[in-house]
Ligand binder design. Sequence first.
Ligand code: MSP
Length: 535
Amino acid sequence: MTFNSVEKAPFAITTPLYYVNGLPHIGSAYTTIAADVVARFYRLMGHPVLMITGTDEHGQKIQRTAEERGVSPQAHCDEFVAGFERLWDLLNINCDRFIRTTAPRHQTIVNEFFQRVWDRSDIYQGQQQGWYCVSCEEFKEERDLLSDRRCPIHTNKPVEWRDESNYFFKLSAYQEQLEQLYAERPDFIQPEARRNEVLSFVKRGLQDFSISRINLDWGFPVPTDPGHTLYVWFDALLGYITALQDPNETPSLERAIAQWWPIHTHLIGKDILRFHAVYWPAMLMSAGLPLPERVYGHGFLTKDGQKMGKSQGNTLDPVDLVKRYGADAVRYYFMREIEFGKDGDFNETRFINLLNADLANDLGNLLNRTLKMAGRYCNGQVPTVDPQTILADHPLRAIGITLTETVPTAYSQLAFSQACTAVLALVQASNKFLDDQAPWSLYKQGKQAETEVVLYAVLESVRQAAYLLSPVIPSLSNQIYAQLGLTADFDAKALGQVLNYADQVRWGFLPPGQPLGEAQPVFQRLELPEPVASP
Ligand code: MSP
């Protein structure tokens, strides 16, 4: 894939809108970090970017949680939303819109959308019978349930029988159009394994799904029949549209889709694939709206190889993790360690070893020792070498050139681990180059020019590495740039306009003779917490 200055299409990306029945868990943090990395990468490339996250606040699950806590659903949501906002701050998530589905402007969009679907005669009243999982907010087919009628995802929760009058969306009418969509746009659902899951689900034949509930107050009333409440998923998916509009404008569907629609990427976990890859496109077809570019279903996280859950008592608190190790460390671990799309594991020893190896030793020490040498041998300045005399087949420059192709491709395909590994290969090659060339001994032998060429090549490689890793470890990249004497703010919203991509990936951006900053460790080695002494 090539990127050039003409291709600067608006790029909108979403995380799921998280349920506020509890505090955010590591699963929510994982998707949000990934979305933030992609958004930062597109900003780096100079695209106008809108990154959307938010909270899903209606429905039975939230209503029940609030009742159990003895507070009103709205008060409950207001309290828990704050926990999400706080975590996104701690994790350095640079989002552009935070949508709450209880926002009054959202109701306007929902009503307008409902009307469009209603006018297409895709909504009718019927009787819904079936097993409902409140935790999933989804009807389950009997054959998918575990013994004792438990939900396969929420294994400790029995499903509940429902037999009620609901409004239905005519999903079955979109069977052919959906099959055509998947055939014509093989990249619509990613990765491949998720696409295959959806194809086989759709092949079994689509059934209409109910989009309203009775005996539930916490939600928007069905516009045509206020005795019914809209199904939480119908309302939640539309949050993606509401989020597109500036919250200060008068809400309208037409205006909401004017600038950013269609959304480019919906990032989700694999458990909510059907809603995004089947129901959502059908709803959009019914409303006459173009479809998003791709739906990407990532895998699930486990801890020490075990499924995480409150009942297993092995949850991983993202706030605690960030407070102990810092945002860049957490971001780097999840992006580098887990192949996006596959299930992945968190293990604290592995976490510490990986960060110490990659960020403290390979990257941090490389910068530190090279800066110190430049301090001693080059007057604390970038060596005064004409970068163009370092030829394209120079071992480090050659790697740098390939990275300018492979790394953007990896980010755009959400292959985060590959992007990180590729950049780390340059860092590792730079360490080896330094050891092989031994500029300290070149200097002692009075070979000033050779010393400077070696140090320039390494400093420039560190700069390229910091630039290309900035979507993952923005604070570290800011620090590295500062120590190289460069001004950069990798958190800037208009990043691509401030730092031109083509300039940054060009070999030799680091200006010869420029004063360098003070050498300070950018990443402190991490230590495993002391084991709690047994009595
Ligand atoms: N509210 C719906 C989404 C509506 S989008 C219009 C919802 N919310 S959720 O809070 O339950 O889940 C949010 C995301 O967390 C899902 O993408 C889910 O896959 C993800 N995860 C939940 N547990 C997870 C792990 N253990 N690992 C990784 N992600 C997991 O569903």
